[in-house]
Ligand binder design. Structure first.
Ligand code: AMP
Ligand code: GLY
Length: 430
């Protein structure tokens, strides 16, 4: 069906982080540009779009908002609403929605389910056992040897994985999850997995049924400190392309990972319409899946969408409506690098309320400053309101070029307690 876009259409974007800000900015580049409304959004998104104080996981409220807006498309940013079935409720109410239903969202919401799908689909992943007692967990640790990954089965805001280098560390992680329930019910069952070594890569694809439109590879820098030291975070920076994952290899990985998973989901009666994100470890024995996400990555989206050379709204809508063309999406030949500026004490409980200066200077320097944890103070100034505060993203002809632009722009921004890694995309050449 070919629909006219003469009348301004409305897109509803659910979420309020840097990823969603990048989605909003990309949608604004579409022609004709849609009206974009975000729920709940953040202070940066409020500068580029309308925001509404609606909770993204509240399916009834989200459907009511989509009705009020007569939304032509709803883009679900985070995993929580997907796992909660918000995409199902929207589709049942007749709205084109980018994001899988709760059934397929279990690929991210349950590591045990993801393992089951991968086993059935023949997708390469680490050997694992799912356990519900510390004793069974320790038996699995002894069987796999060290290092070993101990993973809470359910959603744990990116904090549910411990890569243990000693039996004591593995035991502590098992006890914390199973006995102390530090992740609540999400950690009642635990996946114990053989430790893998290699470089990590994020391979995201828009998917619609069995059709796959992949993005170029991206890399996310998870530990808080330079040289990958310190605790894991949601992601301190990102880069695309990834020189060690050329396009031909990315195509091969999609054939070995995304396509079989979509086929297995289809066999189980699930029509996946959204983003399938494979987190891969490139081991000496080949690629292994370490996780699936069922949404755009954060901060990968902040480097992938700026490189897109197709109309973003058309692409997302085609995926939501089952018209997606198979094959890689078109991106520019250059590179993009994003540097995350985090709040004091992140990834521990972050301090909030610090005034942010220099946002306009960084934008004037040519960077895309995506807001993540920000809010407008009563006097209209922008203050910190979360752990990851901003992602400063820049494009360039090469990775070193994009990298120096991103850092130059980030250094124009100041807030008390701000910290960033200095080595995002360091040593990568294209
Ligand atoms: P996940 O939340 O599953 O992505 O895991 C968080 C991080 O833990 C990953 O980005 C990896 O760095 C690490 N990790 C996960 N699984 C393994 C594994 N089997 N072996 C080694 N490291 C892992
Ligand atoms: N960059 C990791 C994630 O989006 O989960």
């Amino acid at each position: 069906m070919c629909q006219s876009r003469a009348v301004t259409e409305t897109v509803l974007v659910l979420g309020g982080g840097g990823r969603e800000h990048a989605i909003v900015r990309a949608l604004a580049r579409s022609r004709p540009a849609p009206r974009v409304v975000c729920a709940p959004g953040n202070a940066g998104m409020a500068r580029d779009a309308e925001t509404r104080a609606v909770d993204a996981v509240d399916a009834v409220a989200v459907v009511a908002l989509a009705r009020e807006l007569d939304a032509a498309l709803v883009v679900v940013g985070p995993e929580a609403p997907l796992v909660a079935g918000v995409a199902d409720a929207l589709r049942e109410a007749g709205f084109a929605t980018l994001g899988p239903g709760a059934g397929a969202a279990r690929l991210e919401g349950s590591k045990a389910f993801a393992k089951d799908v991968m086993a059935a689909a023949g997708v390469p992943t680490a050997a694992s056992r799912t356990v519900t007692s510390v004793a069974d967990g320790l038996a699995a640790v002894d069987a796999f040897g060290l290092p070993v990954a101990v993973k809470a089965d359910g959603l744990a805001a990116g904090k549910g994985v411990v890569v243990a280098h000693s039996r004591d560390e593995a035991e502590a992680a098992l006890r914390a999850s199973i006995e102390d329930r530090v992740f609540g019910e999400a950690g009642a069952s635990v996946v114990v997995e053989e430790g893998l070594t290699g470089r990590e890569v994020s391979l995201l694809a828009l998917c619609s049924g069995r059709v796959v439109a992949r993005f170029p590879a991206a890399r996310d820098y998870k530990p808080v400190g330079d040289g990958n030291t310190g605790p894991n975070t949601g992601g301190m920076g990102s880069v695309s392309p990834v020189p060690d994952i050329p396009d031909a290899l990315a195509d091969e990985l999609v054939d070995r990972v995304h396509r079989p998973v979509l086929a297995e989901l289809a066999r189980r009666g699930m029509d996946f319409r959204g983003v399938l994100y494979a987190g891969l470890m490139m081991t000496p024995d080949g690629a292994r899946v370490i996780e699936f996400n069922v949404r755009f990555g954060d901060p990968e989206t902040q480097v992938l969408l700026p490189r897109l050379e197709q109309d973003p709204l058309t692409l997302m809508r085609d995926a939501a409506e089952g018209r997606l063309a198979d094959g890689p999406v078109r991106v520019n030949d250059g590179a993009a690098v994003a540097v995350v500026m985090a709040a004091h004490n992140y990834p521990g409980t972050p301090r909030t309320g610090d005034a942010i200066a220099g946002l306009d200077d960084a934008a004037a320097a040519g960077a895309d400053v995506y807001h993540a944890g920000t809010r407008a103070a009563d006097d209209g100034s922008i203050v910190t309101a979360g752990g990851r505060v901003l992602a400063v993203s820049a494009r360039g002809d090469s990775i070193p070029d994009a990298r120096s632009r991103a850092y130059a722009a980030a250094r124009l921004i100041h807030f008390d307690g701000a910290h960033m890694r200095d080595d995002i995309a360091e040593g990568l050449d294209t």
